[in-house]
Design a protein around this ligand. Structure first.
Ligand SMILES: C[S@@+](CC[C@H](N)C(=O)[O-])C[C@H]1O[C@@H](n2cnc3c(N)ncnc32)[C@H](O)[C@@H]1O
Length: 279
């Protein structure tokens, strides 16, 4: 059994210790270290806090705890979630989605609304960006946002944001879509009406679909390992309508061995369905 050091609550895990720990632990959760390299401090802080809450004085003691208590892996899994997001994140991608993809999908879906799924929707930033864009163009949409983190979904329901998370949104959109509430901005109720939110772990469940547009940005294709990325990609593909689109983050890419989608604008990582007619 590991000893609990007397000064356990005061000792902080050093960066190299945390890196070694994450390189050991992440693959066991089907996650990949390179995705976490730049954002590791967020996770290291949480792991450090967890170790201290358990009264463990070293990372070795925490590893032993994980070995002895398999249920601790679920706790660690929760600690690995990265929640950074903002409206209109990656301006060129959203300009393309709003100005080209939405009108194209409108032509495909009309008179029905375009069905959109924001997978890993965080605090709703991505889903609401599209809701605002569609509203401005009078394009009917139904947007589903899913996330596994309950706190993110609470934020999404509240739809209240700091100015920082709106900094990439065109100023005129900001002025017309939000009302100032103290230091924060509240998204107008009518823009929330077409967005539904659901708690779901994309590794285990996905909504039935199908969808005209799926956004799966900075979730599976940054943090998940290869086999899990492929599983998610196959799930997304099977939920995309013919001639629909899947958007990833600009720093991500679609697994090469899952065929059927083709990047429609070089470098934007927006992929169009180009599967042969399925009859
Ligand atoms: C880095 S944020 C990206 C948010 C948004 N897609 C964007 O690009 O701005 C990743 C989001 O995925 C969520 N997430 C992480 N693991 C998940 C899982 N297994 N299933 C569903 N959502 C998950 C996190 O809670 C977080 O809100």
């Amino acid at each position: 059994m590991q000893e609990v050091s007397a000064d356990a609550p005061n000792r902080r895990m050093k960066d190299p210790e945390c890196i070694a720990f994450l390189q050991w632990a992440l693959p066991r959760l089907q996650l990949r270290w390179p995705g976490y390299r730049k954002v590791r401090r967020q996770v290291c802080k949480r792991v450090d806090r967890r170790m201290r809450a358990l009264g463990l004085g070293s990372v070795e003691a925490y590893r032993a705890r994980l070995d002895a208590n398999p249920e601790e892996w679920a706790v660690l899994d929760d600690l690995t979630r990265i929640t950074v997001s903002r409206f209109f994140r990656e301006r060129d991608v959203f300009t393309y989605l709003c100005e080209t993809v939405l009108p194209e999908l409108h032509a495909l879906a009309a008179p029905q609304p375009i069905r959109v799924w924001s997978a890993g929707c965080g605090g709703g930033e991505e889903a609401y960006t599209l809701a605002i864009a569609a509203h401005q163009q009078r394009i009917p949409v139904r947007i589903l946002g899913t996330d596994w983190d309950e706190r993110q979904l609470v934020r999404a329901h509240e739809a209240r944001y700091s100015t920082g998370s709106l900094k990439e949104l065109p100023a005129q959109w900001r002025a017309s879509a939000f009302e100032q509430q103290g230091e924060e901005l509240l998204l107008l109720r009518e823009l929330r009406a077409n967005v539904e939110l659901l708690r779901q772990d994309i590794r285990r469940n996905m909504p039935a679909g199908p969808f005209h547009l799926i956004l799966c940005r900075y979730l599976a294709f940054t943090y998940f390992d290869g086999p899990l990325q492929r599983k998610v990609a196959e799930g997304l593909l099977s939920r995309t309508v013919r001639n629909g689109f899947v958007a990833l983050g600009k720093h991500e890419s679609w697994p090469v061995d899952v065929s059927g989608l083709v990047e429609t604008q070089p470098g934007l990582r927006v992929y169009g369905d180009r599967r042969p007619d399925r009859g």
